[in-house]
Design a protein around this ligand. Structure first.
Ligand SMILES: C[S@@+](CC[C@H](N)C(=O)[O-])C[C@H]1O[C@@H](n2cnc3c(N)ncnc32)[C@H](O)[C@@H]1O
Length: 329
């Protein structure tokens, strides 16, 4: 049931890419799927999960929490009910800017924690949840851990990526676009090569006689022309259009010293590579119907008396994911 790609090096790269993302302060990573405030299918799924929880004190665990979108939703949903405690774990370092210890006592973030190896005793949670997180793990190990820490009558609720979702479709097109601008003959390498010559010209030195300058300018022009063709032919050219505008601005702002612009370019490229890694992960870990079924069977085998419910979460834009829940008997 597990995916490849979980060597220590893969884990380190994944942790670094997500740490960099969460450091920007974003609340979740699939912004378009939430209508900003959970008014769509995903919000409806979680509200239903929360509505079925018993009243009174409750301890919940969120797996692969990111900056805590799910704990925050649960906290808001249950703010009238005293006694809520939430533990939120993630492999990456986190920066939940919204967290206010005076408001959210009882909500604990645990960064650098893999869901395959949870630092909690057996049977201590009433709810174990995850939103676009559980499927990223080695699922056999993560499931064993989730069920170990879940109380016998507890609930498990998962929103997971769906192989036919709109997020996967958009992700594939983003990966194609990233590859176009990062390719050796693409916009970003061509910009890096032409930048020092532009800086020379801005310093008042005419580089036009130098063969390197001519070569760099021609390569840049070819990259710009190819990009225009790609933009015209792409059903979702946003990233390409954005990259072209960003480079235009960078070149316009370049002075006699190419250093600052080259640094900005390098940071921009690193950002694209990290975004590509996250998108690649999304696509790789999205579950098809058979994989979902094998997960359901594994849950059912571990908790034969409980009920497993699955649904496809969708709204006007298309399919957003799978919803899975384990309900006590
Ligand atoms: C798509 S984000 C989802 C974050 C959050 N649940 C949300 O809804 O915004 C996936 C998260 O899974 C985390 N992750 C990936 N593999 C993990 C693992 N084995 N254990 C814990 N967290 C993991 C990543 O660090 C990342 O923050």
């Amino acid at each position: 049931m597990d995916f490849p790609g979980n060597t220590p090096a893969d884990t380190a790269a994944r942790r670094a890419a997500w740490t960099a993302y969460w450091a920007t302060g974003g609340l979740h990573s699939c912004v378009g799927s939430f209508d900003g405030n959970y008014s769509g299918a995903i919000g409806a799924f979680w509200r239903d999960v929360f509505d079925r929880l018993p009243g009174g004190p409750l301890r919940a665990l969120d797996l692969a929490t990111g900056n805590g979108a799910l704990p925050r939703l649960l906290w808001e949903h249950r703010k009238q009910v005293p006694g809520l405690e939430v533990d939120a774990v993630d492999l990456a370092q986190l920066a939940p800017g919204w967290l206010d210890p005076s408001q959210h006592a009882g909500l604990r973030f645990h960064a650098g924690v893999a869901m395959e190896n949870l630092p909690f005793p057996d049977a201590c949670f009433d709810l174990v949840g995850s939103q676009y997180g559980f499927e990223y793990a080695l699922r056999d190990a993560a499931l064993a851990e989730a069920l170990r820490v879940l109380k016998p009558g507890g609930r498990l609720a998962l929103v997971m990526h769906h192989a036919d979702s709109v997020l996967v479709r958009v992700g594939r097109s983003e990966l194609r676009n990233q590859a176009i601008v990062l390719a050796p003959e693409g916009l970003l390498p061509a910009t890096a090569a032409v930048l020092p010559w532009i800086a020379k010209a801005r310093a008042g030195i005419d580089p036009s006689g130098e063969p390197g300058a001519l070569e760099a300018r021609n390569a840049y022009n070819r990259a710009i022309q190819a990009l225009a063709t790609d933009i015209a032919g792409s059903p979702a050219p946003d990233l390409l259009v954005e990259a072209r505008a960003w480079v235009n601005q960078l070149l316009a702002g370049t002075g006699a010293d190419p250093g600052p612009s080259l640094e900005k370019l390098s940071a921009y490229r690193d950002g694209l590579v990290a975004a590509g890694l996250r998108t690649g992960e999304l696509i790789e870990h999205a579950l098809g119907a058979e994989q979902l079924q094998s997960l359901v069977q594994a849950i059912q085998a571990a908790r034969p008396a409980a009920r497993v419910e699955v649904e496809t979460l969708q709204q006007a834009q298309g399919v957003l994911g799978w919803g899975l829940r384990l309900e006590p008997a």
